[in-house]
Design a protein around this ligand. Sequence first.
Ligand SMILES: C[S@@+](CC[C@H](N)C(=O)[O-])C[C@H]1O[C@@H](n2cnc3c(N)ncnc32)[C@H](O)[C@@H]1O
Length: 444
Amino acid sequence: MTEAVPSERSPRAAGEPLPVVPASGQGRSHGTSSSEAFDRWFRYPAGFASDYVSLLLSRLEIPARSVIVDPFAGSGVTGTSARRMNYSFFGIEAHPAIAELAVLKLQPAPRDASELTKVGMRLTEHAQRVADEVSRVAKPETDLIRRCFTPDVLAQLVSVRELIKGGEAGDWYLHAKWALLSTLRDVAAVRVGWPYQNPTKVRKPRFTDPLSRFRQRLEWMRDDLVTAESQPSDDLELQVVHGDSTDQRSWDSLDPGSAHGCVSSPPYLNNFDYADATRLEMYFWGDISNWAEMCTTIRSKMITATTQQSSVGAALAANESLEDYGDVSKRISDVTDDLKNERLARKRGKEYDRVVPDYFSAIGKVLTNLFAALEPGAPVVWLVGDSAPYGVYVDTPSIIAELAEHVGFIAEDDRPLRRRGQRWAQNTTRHQVELSERLLTLRR
Ligand SMILES: C[S@@+](CC[C@H](N)C(=O)[O-])C[C@H]1O[C@@H](n2cnc3c(N)ncnc32)[C@H](O)[C@@H]1O
């Protein structure tokens, strides 16, 4: 079995060491900020703390107007931080709705942002009047949605949704859509905390009036857009592609060697399901209505990082493609064997041994594409956690560092940021391996 000790690499060759505080001064360690401009538009659980990203960017010594890349762009926090610091940005995100949100946050307002106040008033006044009627004629909601809200709150939410879908928000369609989607968890009457919704657990809603909360969220958007207008970023290129960063075609609009740095956080090997985490929003908006659609519509471009995504065929193909990565492939296959033996010994069903090769093969492809996109000497900073399914330690950051070296990067540093997994420490069926989130620094 692999040893449960994070590897130490040589310190950064130049400049100060990167800061190890995951989120400075915001009182939380991860998840998109619920108070910072733009990032408060929707709290994506996998998101970065934007102040930390800004701190990292400020230490990378990259000249203004350079291009920063994020192959796992999520809700675009690296992008919003890059813009604030006068950098261009290129991101790729596999979750279609989260990519839409990232694009929205980075694009200029379609019109005078103060119009958002009027849009909010118009939609909510109208929604109040037509709520009963809309509830009668609208398509029935899924079971999940019906169980998450009181009938009155749901009628108002549905009424606003139908008005937005009917074009009532005009050019502000996407802003209104995301303000409404963000309102859902604020007004739900059951436990809908991240990552998973639990409609069997009743809770007191954090806000009781969905319409005023929706207007409040539009006001935040207005304020952020107005502030951004006073700090023009017209000379910057800010782009997020909905795509798969393992696929070279997703990088097509970025010239090879034209990017100057990368700040990113890949999915961790911890069975966290980015698609399922947004089920409430996706079901409510009507993007999907069942598990099969979740897999085909939301998850199809994502790298395999959970057992739900794994398959025998993909694992076999991955094992073959890993043979191109030299010595590190042996390390990955040893971990895979340990995981398989442990699963069989424990008679457990989750096939992490299928996930691991597929995951690292995908990361290898992303690193190859990233290497081609960056100029020589460009710094790369990735936040990534290790894991220990069935108690088998998988030193994800150091395996990624080895894959990166094989691709041509120099692995400069690998340091722990914070301990993870304490939430489940009392769970006696869980492993006792100490886990951490790490900051991996590479150089092109
Ligand atoms: C740890 S999160 C990063 C979140 C991001 N830092 C933010 O601030 O929102 C990893 C992200 O990678 C995305 N992802 C997974 N597979 C991907 C792929 N093949 N291409 C692009 N993005 C992918 C997931 O959907 C998820 O949003």
